[in-house]
Write a protein that binds this ligand. Structure first.
Ligand code: ADP
Length: 247
């Protein structure tokens, strides 16, 4: 017998903008504990789907659940608290803060009393330094984020996502605009983190990366999945080729 751990799932998810059905009755179950990729032609609804799942926008219909718990329509901080962290397509860092300050800002809790905050912050600084080492930009701790290369900023953003130790990590185009050397580093990080038990859900255009990195690929077209399976399975699926050619 096989036990299936329920992870991130959507049922009949829908979101329209005016008359455009960006996400259209999408039912998807991602594989918990694996590296999942979400691919599809431009405009197929991947970003909107991502935003519905992470609480950035509210779906019009359908539901999102995580490990069996309904998280539909929850605000982003509550989705994060449920164990889902995310990065953004156009990298979100505070340009005038230092690298270390950026990481501390990603876990700041302004509601804590001062004495508790300072104790917590010592732990946070330690963790931030560990993560900077892990993503390989610890030498840039005191640099302002705006002085980092785009790829380094993406590594900083990833470290920020890891600060809260999410169980599931959603990455929106981690390879976009990143040079090949840093691309390898990002791919290796994803593999290592996955081996430590993190689930990944990655929207990515770089097909070589998708095919080499993913265990499970979900293909979107016109707002809903049209195919899914291993990289080899989706590569061989005529519906996938058709979707890309037709776009
Ligand atoms: P993808 O990420 O796969 O490229 P998107 O989710 O960005 O797809 O877009 C899906 C469809 O929804 C597209 O037709 C896009 O133009 C439309 N869309 C996305 N966001 C908005 C918005 N805020 N307002 C109007 N239309 C939108």
């Amino acid at each position: 017998t096989t036990t299936i751990t329920r992870g991130l799932e959507t049922t009949g998810l829908a979101k329209s903008f005016g008359g455009v059905h960006a996400v259209d009755n999408a039912t998807v179950a991602f594989h918990h504990g694996k590296v999942n990729a979400l691919i599809g032609p431009n405009g197929s609804g991947k970003t909107t789907f991502f935003n519905c799942v992470t609480g950035m926008i509210k779906p019009d219909a359908g539901s999102v659940s995580y490990r069996g718990e309904d998280i539909t329509g929850r605000p982003p901080h509550r989705i994060a608290r449920a164990g889902i962290g995310r990065s953004f397509q156009l990298c979100r860092v505070f340009p005038r803060m230092t690298v270390l300050e950026n990481l501390l800002a990603s876990v700041r809790s302004p509601t804590l009393p001062g004495w508790l905050r300072s104790a917590r912050q010592r732990g946070d600084i330690e963790r931030a330094r560990e993560l900077l080492m892990r993503v390989g930009i610890d030498h840039l701790e005191h640099a302002e984020a705006r002085d980092l290369s785009y790829g380094q900023q993406k590594l900083l953003e990833l470290a920020g996502v890891l600060m809260t130790d999410p169980e599931t990590i959603m990455l929106d185009e981690p390879a976009g605009g990143v040079n090949p050397a840093l691309l390898d580093r990002i791919a290796n990080l994803v593999r290592a983190l996955n081996a430590e038990g993190k689930t990944f859900l990655i929207v990515e255009h770089n097909m070589d990366l998708v095919m080499s990195l993913s265990d499970h690929v979900v293909v979107f077209d016109r707002g809903a999945p049209i195919a899914e399976g291993s990289p080899d399975e989706v590569r061989a699926d005529p519906r996938v080729l058709e979707a890309y050619l037709g776009s």
